[in-house]
Design a protein around this ligand. Structure first.
Ligand code: EPU
Length: 426
């Protein structure tokens, strides 16, 4: 089994460069299925989720070439089947984007029910409602979802909950539908805009992405394109939080500062200095951390995917902080791990009350999911002693070169191999 061994106490300093956005990449790569040409995608993060989605396309017949560490060239012309392999797909929540992309291409799709991180019920009713409005029926059996339609017709869709996945999936299915589709109450995350820009660069006609009304005029053909994915807002936020927790002075490069505004605002409230440049932020923490309250909301609210990392900073801030989770039902599973380090946190339903402590002590830790794993690294960096973090496969799903990047900032983190076997299933 592989673990990360993190010894706390080192301040962070130097520069770190942020990779492409995971949650954009996992939608943009399946979107290539819709293209009648070859696509070159740059600034692709080199993470397990991307390797998985690329290998799913390859298994379906696409020609996928890695031109360099961050560039993929994909020729989807060999994809002749609307069926995505169960064995690969079931491990990855974002494989549901294949439903929209294959439905758009073949008017039929068969994809395993989504897996991914577990923080409560993760329904896809809004995705299916969107497909139904375009004329597709669905059924679920033997762990597979099947959607099909004679033809896809543009329609007016109101999403009952703001859903990133449903918004992107309807965009994928509607890009080549006949006529105009309007999505109301659409999600506004930066990766929604990135997917729309990618589809438009292939010849789609999508307007309004980034607002809550998206208008899609279907086109009959999408061409190959060259496109560069936006920087990862959450990876950047994670390093910002790490500097806040460990102390130090770090320049975080290749970011879009606008996407970091809510994170920057909260860190400043906590007494952390954040200076914004064109495509970088400098984060400095020299004094004590102050408590603050956070409530997670769909964009432009505070991102739920930064909630565990910020809690890992607040556990050592002076005073009492309240963190409310406004998106997922159960995103506080990691709290037990932090408590074993000496953190004082009580959780009632979707609210955590954190009383800052002066000292955290190293402890064996588990990553209960991707962002919880990032929170474990952050907490361990500010604890006394060496914490071993298990289940690092969750962290590596979404963070490129996480050990190398933290080490380059002076953190004492290393990957260790042990002979124990890991009993937890993904
Ligand atoms: N929801 C429904 N019905 C649906 C879809 C969603 O009720 O059909 C509910 C969910 O249960 C949840 C809320 O709507 O309470 C928001 O879910 P959303 O669909 O927006 O989430 P997602 O698309 O499954 C993506 C990210 C998550 C991130 C959320 C919210 C990807 C691959 N995943 O998930 O990222 O937390 O949006 O921003 O884009 C992560 O990166 O760590 C991660 C979990």
């Amino acid at each position: 089994m592989e673990k990360f061994a993190v010894t706390g106490g080192n301040r962070l300093s130097g520069e770190v460069s942020i990779s492409g956005a995971k949650n954009a990449a996992v939608a943009i790569i399946p979107a290539v299925v819709l293209s009648d040409g070859i696509c070159r995608i740059e600034n692709v993060p080199n993470i397990a989720d991307v390797t998985l989605i690329a290998s799913i396309l390859e298994a379906m017949g696409a020609d996928v070439k890695r031109l360099n560490k961050s560039t993929l060239q994909i020729d989807p012309s060999g994809i002749k089947t609307p069926v995505a392999s169960y064995e690969l797909v079931r491990h990855m929540r974002a494989s549901y984007y294949l439903l929209g992309a294959l439905l758009g291409k073949f008017h039929r799709a068969e994809v395993a029910l989504p897996g991914g991180c577990d923080f409560g019920v993760r329904p896809i009713d809004q995705h299916l409602k969107g497909f139904a409005a375009l004329g597709a029926s669905h059924n679920v059996s033997n762990g597979m979802i099947r959607v099909k339609s004679e033809k896809l017709l543009g329609s007016h869709i109101y999403l009952d909950v703001v859903s990133v996945g449903a918004t992107m999936n309807v965009m994928l299915a509607a890009a080549k539908a006949e006529g105009r589709t309007i999505i109301e109450n659409a999600a506004k995350e930066p990766h929604i805009v990135d997917l729309a820009n990618f589809l438009n660069s292939m010849g789609a006609d999508i307007r309004g992405a980034g607002t809550d009304i998206i208008k899609i005029r279907g086109v009959s053909r999408l061409n190959g394109a060259a496109y560069s994915i936006i920087p990862d807002q959450i990876e950047a936020g994670t390093y910002m939080a790490a500097v806040a927790a460990a102390g130090g002075d770090v320049l975080i490069k290749n970011v879009i500062t606008k996407h970091l505004e809510s994170i920057t605002a909260k860190l400043r409230e906590m007494g952390v200095e954040v200076e914004e440049y064109d495509d970088a932020v400098r984060v400095r923490r020299t004094g004590e951390l102050r408590h603050c309250n956070i409530i997670t909301m769909p964009h432009p609210g505070f991102p739920t995917d930064m909630q565990p990392q910020m809690a890992a900073v607040l556990i050592k801030a002076k005073g009492t902080s309240i963190v409310k989770e406004g998106v997922w039902d159960n995103r506080f599973k990691y709290v037990d791990e932090l408590r074993r380090m000496g953190a004082k946190i009580s959780v009632n339903e979707k609210t955590a009350v954190i009383e800052g402590v002066d000292v955290l002590n190293a402890s064996p830790l588990k990553s209960t999911d991707l962002r919880a794993g990032a929170a474990m690294i952050i907490a361990a960096l500010s604890a006394n002693g060496t914490s071993n973090i298990e289940d690092i496969q969750y962290i590596e799903r979404g963070y490129e070169d996480v050990v190398e990047k933290f080490r380059s900032l002076g953190a004492d983190i290393k990957r260790i191999h042990t002979t124990e076997t890991n009993t937890q299933t993904a």
